[in-house]
Structures are given as C-alpha cells and as structure tokens.
Design a protein. Sequence first.
Length: 465
Amino acid sequence: MLLPIKIGPENFERWFSNVGVELTDHGKVILTVPNPIHHLWIESNYAAPLSEVVEVAAGGPRQIEFHVQSSTAAANGKTPAVVLPLVDMSVRGGRQIGRAPAASEVISATVDPVRIPRTLAEAGLNPKYCFDNFVVGANSQYSAAVAKAVAEKPGRIYNPLFFYGGTGLGKTHLMQAIGREILLSKKKAVVRYVTSEQFTNEFVEAIRGQSLPLFRRKYRKVDVLLIDDVHFFVGKDSTQEEFFHTFNELFNNSKQIVLASDCAPAEMKSLEHRLVSRFEWGLTTQIQNPDFETRAAILQRKLGDLEDAPVMEPWILEFIAQRVRQNVRKLEGALSRVAAHVSLEGSAPANESALEALLHDVVDMEPTKTVSVDAIQRVVATHYDLRVGDLTGPRRPSNIALARQVAMYLTRHMTKLPLTQIGDEFGGRDHGTVIHACKVISRRMMAADDFRKTVESLIAKVVEG
Ligand code: ADP
Ligand code: MG
C-alpha cells in the first residue's frame, strides 16, 4: 500500500523540489528549506503525512526539524549521516525529495506498517462470539435485533450503537458478533475491536514513542470500530480528546461505531459532555438481567456447547438458574465447575447442599436461609474436635489457628457480615486478620483437593443446619 502523501506536480515543484532531507546522528530528521515560508507551508499542509513517510523510511518515529538554508549542515561544513528518500506519489513510480535513494529503499518506504486486519484475531475478535450462540431473551431481544441490523448495514442505520448494562450480560458478545458478521460477509471491510483500556494504553505508548500518526491511522482508517468498556475513559482527559477526534472522523465518513459500557452515557460522570452527547446521537440500548427462563435456556445451550457434554439432571441446571441471577459469566462459571466435578468424580453432586458447597466459591450464592456465625463456629469446632471457645479465644496452637481460619472463611462467604464484625465474633480480632485467614484458606483449597473437599463438606453441614 502506498503512503498517503499526495502532492500535485505543481506543488511538488514549488515547495519540495529544493527541500533537503537529513537524518542526524541523534536520530532527528532535518528538512532543509530555502526560506521560512516553505517551513510554514509544509508544516501546516503536510505535517501528518510527512511524519508518516519519515517514520516508515527511517524505520521508526523521528522528530522532524526544519532548518532554513542558511543554517544547514552544508553551510557549517557538516555532512549528513544518512539521506532519506521521500516519495512524491503524484508522479508515477515515485519521485524523491532529497538525495540518494536506492530503488529498493523507495519500495520498502512505501509499505504501510499498519496491517489491515483480515482475520478475526487480527481484528481483535474472539471466535467464540457470534450471533448463533447468543441466546436471545426478553432482556436482550431489542439489543440483539439492532446488533443484527447494524451488522447487515454498517454505518447506515444506528450510528453510533451504544450497549449498556451490568457486567457479564453479553455486551462484549453482541458487539463482537457484529464485528465478526461484517468481517466475514464484507470482504473489504476493515473491522477493529478494542477495549477502551487498550485504546488508552496504545495512545499513551504512541505519545511516548512519537508514533501518533500510526496510531491515528490504525483507528481512523477503519470501516467499523468497536470500542468496549468505554466507562474506562472516565477521568482520562487526553484519551477522551483523542477519541473525540477519532469518533468525529469516523462518524463524518459514515463509518460504523459500536460502543459498550456498564452504564448509560448520561450516567458516566466526568466524561466530557461533548463525548456523552455524541454517544447519544445514534441508538442506545440496555441489556437487562435475564429472567429465569432465559437463564435456564442459556445454561442448556452452554451445556450443549461443552466438549463431551456431561450428563446433568435437570434439577442441577434449574438450581444454578435459580441461584445465579445477575451475570451470565457466573452462570457459565457455575456450569463448568459442575462439569469439571462430573469428569473428575464420575458423577454430579448428589443433592442440593452438595451442589451448593461445590459452587460456593465460584458464584456469589444467595443462600436461601440466613446462616449464623454461631452455626458456623459450632460445625467447625465439632469437625476439628474443639470447643467454640477455642475459636474465639486467644490461644494459637496450629490446629486451633487453622480451624479458626476456616471458620472465618466460612463466615466471610456465607454471611453478609462486614470484616470488622467478623473479627469481633472471633474474640475481637482485627479485620486484617480476617482477610489474611480468607487468603490462606482459599490458597490451600486451590492447592489441596482434600482440603477443598473438607471445606465444602463443612459448608454443606452449615447449610443443612
Ligand atoms: P459483558 O460484556 O456484558 O460484561 P460478555 O459479553 O463478556 O458480558 O458475556 C459474558 C459471558 O456470558 C460470555 O462468555 C458470553 O458469551 C456469555 N453470554 C452473555 N449473554 C449471553 C447470551 N444471551 N447467550 C449466550 N451467552 C451469553
Ligand atoms: Mg464486556
């Protein structure tokens, strides 16, 4: 691909034919111009394409400096380190500004370093997200419909398209499905998916490495830009400014913009007003929490999609669908936890309390009955052959310390008590001790299967009462 520097023959003759180009030892590029008017004109009309040409020709971003002829290296007797080719695209075959380019150098200088994404991965898309495997429920019916409409006619109906809703409800899934559909159905479309965090990091990096032109080309020369989690832009003023210009450029050229966030545009406090208003120009659609039937349908679908799908009795899916209400990612997490259990143990948990015990650390289960600290302390003390007073007392022999940590861990996960109150329930210990206990126990559960089973059996006992 040719570099985007277009200079008509007349302009080339007038402004560039007598410009010298030097690469100094310090890596700067010096353009030697006959007078200050040349400097002004070139800088104001060709700053961006020039720095791109220079960046490609020099193999990296370079600072460009203008010297008026009297102050040139030639005048003070120095010879330039390297002379770089610049190319006038208006002339067939390329015409050089400056001196001494070899044909091969000119060719390599005309290769565009921003790769056009042709595969899903290059476009930043995860192959697992498509319309086919998105289960549509009342909560997402409208969002899924507009997503499909945009995928069919990008840039033509809803622009920008803005999804919002709680975590794990399918915003990323839907926006990636749009990108996938367009990439696969329109051969020439340039699609990019990026999170606003990545966008921010790349922007910061581009400033640091002086490669803004490349960064801009990457995000402004696309047909479809999908920006996820835009709430991350809040408080990042220069990134917002940059994105504002990206947005305008794309929008003005009828390129499709799709955005997702965990809240509605107007709720994004301290996001620049002009961005908020642009986000609202097109169509804003909320994905809500799925109802029970949709949750059950999603579980069915995910189970079917698992490799060697394990056999699971309907009550298990029903139990998960009832207890995990607000996050599809957590539904998936719970399902794969049970699937892993089936493949390791040869069967699914036998009853509800065993299932609850298995899932307690995967999902925020909302226990059906309230669990008291007393009950936890009694169950744990009995298991370790101790008295409740040992758990709440000052003694620290290792068997007591471990039992106490287990009891603290269970209290943390099975009740809604704040850390300080948990500390109080265990003999006035501070909240740092409780946090430490929870960490020790979860690490140990991850490291040792036996220990994990023990904790799960204690949970089951507490639940059973
Ligand atoms: P968000 O971006 O809203 O936080 P994601 O799109 O990342 O959520 O979804 C989380 C997980 O849940 C993903 O694995 C996604 O495939 C799955 N998911 C969410 N909603 C649905 C749905 N309606 N049908 C199928 N899978 C879904
Ligand atoms: Mg997401």
